[in-house]
Write a protein that binds this ligand. Sequence first.
Ligand code: PMP
Length: 356
Amino acid sequence: MNRCRYNFSPGPATLPRAVLEVMQHDMLDWQGTGKSVVEISHRDPAFVAIAASLERHVRQLLSVPDTHHVLFAHGGATMQFSALPLNCATEQLPAYLITGHWSRKAYKTALALTGADLVADSKATSDQAVPDINTWNIPADAAYLYYVDNETVNGVMLQQPPETHLPLVCDMTSSIFTQPIDVSRYGAIIASAQKNMGVAGLTMVIIHDDLLQRTPSQLLPPLLNYKLLQNCETMPNTICTFAWYSANLMCEWMQQQGGVTEMLRRRKLRSRAIYDSIDENALFSCVVDKAFRSPINPVFTLSSEDAVQRFLLESHAAGLHSLKGHRVVGGCRASLYNGLPVEGAQVLADFIRDFK
Ligand code: PMP
């Protein structure tokens, strides 16, 4: 077997080896059924038990209060860019804070579907910082205030949720399960699974009952209708069974490791190692404003395009894979999700420090 040493892919991302080994073991004969988990009906009681277990784990890991529903959907976080305004912005316009690539996409989608207000836009800083809070224009009566806490492409993190009386809606696709969160502060949280909670194909929506009750009775495409997704055990169609099963395994693994408090401890160790090494080697620089550096997706570059290419080639040859930056930003990016052992970040940090 020739697995790379460490994989810094932005997503779909590296999984803990222990989780992959359970998947490998289960693939021919899952729990003595004589079949794998992807070869049974999603309505089989054994599979429905996985769905119930997944919801239970999510509730425990994030201390989700009873006021909030946990929904699972298809279509990635991108589909939620449409589902959110269609379900929750039926009477007022939603408001969007743009801090980078993904919040801009979500804003454009809402603008086209229902109309949307813009709170502020980070384009003036080339998405390298969150716009100055004094420039934010939060409408008094918006349907919700939408933001992305961790902009995966730009490597920008908003450390604290915005202060507002509006329902807060946050895309936590790249930060979910990397820290404890106070779910009661949010109207809704969306996150696709392929970074910190399993494999691609599953998206989680944690939503306050008040927002869910806004879902209009007029016809919405069924898979976008939050009321139809309300009970994860009554699935509206064939769900991505492998993704649900994987998320359940990943949640079990996180609980065994010590939950999100432990995930946060590891996140701090990984990010400190990487940023310290970048700051120590004059060949490297991180363009993001220090106050907003993402602890999950450090984005960095080298003194020339030639040096970037050489770094990417040499790191790959050393078994450190997928460090290329997003195409719209260029340079390099090290994605440091839950599945990456802390030692992986330390090995990369040493490689950066020693790079000449
Ligand atoms: N939001 C954020 C913050 C992301 O990082 C991503 C994917 N990288 C998306 C949305 C889009 O997710 P998906 O590909 O699951 O639609």
